[in-house]
Design a protein around this ligand. Structure first.
Ligand code: ATP
Ligand code: MG
Length: 394
């Protein structure tokens, strides 16, 4: 009898030919992420991935479940018992041991459900559940009762290459295994929205790296550290992330000096997009990601978003486009970025924000304003990229 984590995965099961690719990627990600918590064997087994501590290893069960529950592609995690023997005796042995632990000195109701991947087993699922139910009632006496509608314990029996028994299934992060759907570059600021946007795209299997525009001394070292911390939070789900920190002060000062102040944010945003696109191409990314949602601030009106987009050729993903702030806050709390995001260090936008920003910009007018920058902008962009700092989060 051994302890084992049963990992359930969803969507990848329906991916046809790609299925093995997805499964193998998920196995690799699991191996990499549990490695820091002990020695485990991680193996595919008929629609599950079994994570088994090596014999006698002392493990922190909750820490492992927490780790697994952040891996994209996993829909559920159960911690149960395994016996290599496939027989009714093995089922009874495991179930008795499991229920004895569950009950301790409590009285509990239970129900048995069986999944039989190995159809050669002489009894069908219903028969196994019925026989096991009767056996447990007999062995555990007064402390258990059957309740098929609202049981305290839903005892699951799975017959695969081995026999498995478990009850509680913890919720996984869902989505697709990280790294199975290309790569995109996230414009990561210190706010609430962009980490959530990055997490949402990463959840669909897209590998992400990040770009942060840093404007010392207007933005402090702590503001920069905060962004790296946010990268670290998102990396808890992705297993790692490269954050590019691009010095932006010179460019920002130049816009401030030369362009109409009502257009500052928009012109700044367009230059950020151009730089991000170049970094994305250098890294093999296929798209950009921002945390914008329609109408949230002046630079995010429909007109502004259109003007921002037209400066790049890469697709720009805005997964929060239709979300209200409250909905974004909810996700940021769930993924644990919220507390970091609300730390009060200013980002570059707040210092250069005009009092009455343009809300219905016209592309031709903005392009006209940008003409005064054209002599120096290219050199400044090249210089900013050459001076960027790269933080590799593991
Ligand atoms: P967030 O909460 O993500 O900061 P916000 O509501 O503060 O968003 P803005 O400051 O208008 O909105 O920024 C919109 C988007 O532009 C951000 O979601 C982010 O993707 C990008 N962005 C803004 N400032 C920076 C920056 N300094 N570095 C990198 N990206 C940025
Ligand atoms: Mg912001």
């Amino acid at each position: 009898m051994k302890k084992v984590f049963l990992v359930k995965y969803g969507e990848i099961a329906i991916k046809g030919k790609n299925r093995y690719l997805f499964e193998n990627r998920l196995v690799d990600t699991i191996k990499k992420s549990v490695k820091t918590l002990g020695d485990f064997s991680v193996k595919k087994e008929q629609g599950r991935i079994m994570v088994e501590p090596f014999q006698d290893a002392v493990i922190d069960e909750q820490a492992i479940i927490d780790k697994l529950s952040r891996i994209f592609g996993i829909v559920g995690i159960a911690y149960g018992l395994k016996d290599e023997e496939i027989s009714m005796e093995a089922v009874k042995r495991l179930a008795y041991e499991h229920m004895r632990n569950e009950c301790a000195d409590k009285k509990l109701t239970f129900k048995v459900e069986t999944r039989r991947a190995d159809k050669r087993f002489p009894l069908n699922s219903m028969e196994i559940s019925a026989q096991l139910g009767a056996y447990l009632l007999d062995k555990l006496g007064d402390s258990v009762k059957v309740d098929v509608h609202h049981p305290d314990v839903l005892l699951m029996v799975e017959l695969r290459n081995s026999t498995y028994v478990y009850s509680t299934t913890y919720k996984g992060a869902g989505g697709m295994p990280y790294g199975t759907n290309g790569q995109a570059t996230l414009l990561l600021s210190g706010g609430i929205d962009s980490p959530v946007a990055g997490w949402m795209v990463a959840k669909r299997g897209v590998e992400i790296d990040a770009v942060y525009f840093h404007s010392p001394p207007y933005t402090s070292e702590r503001a920069k550290e905060k962004v790296v911390d946010l990268g670290r939070k998102v990396a808890q789900y992705t297993g790692g992330m490269k954050v590019h920190i691009v010095p932006f002060t010179e460019i920002q000062m130049m816009i401030y000096e030369k362009c109409p102040h009502v257009q500052l944010t928009l012109i700044m945003r367009r230059i950020m997009m151009q730089i991000a696109e170049r970094i994305a191409k250098m890294n093999g990314s296929m798209a950009l990601i921002t945390g914008e949602s329609i109408g949230q601030v002046a630079s995010q009106t429909m007109q502004s978003l259109v003007v921002t987009d037209s400066v790049v050729t890469m697709p720009v993903f805005r997964p929060l486009i239709g979300f209200d702030k409250e909905e974004i806050v909810q996700i940021s709390k769930k993924i644990d970025t919220y507390e970091t995001s609300i730390l009060p260090y200013e980002d570059c936008c707040t210092i250069f924000v005009p009092k009455h920003p343009e809300t219905k910009p016209r592309l031709d007018i903005i392009e006209h304003s940008e003409q005064v920058l054209s002599d120096t902008l290219e050199d400044m962009i090249v210089s900013a990229i050459s001076q960027m700092e790269i933080v590799q989060i593991i």
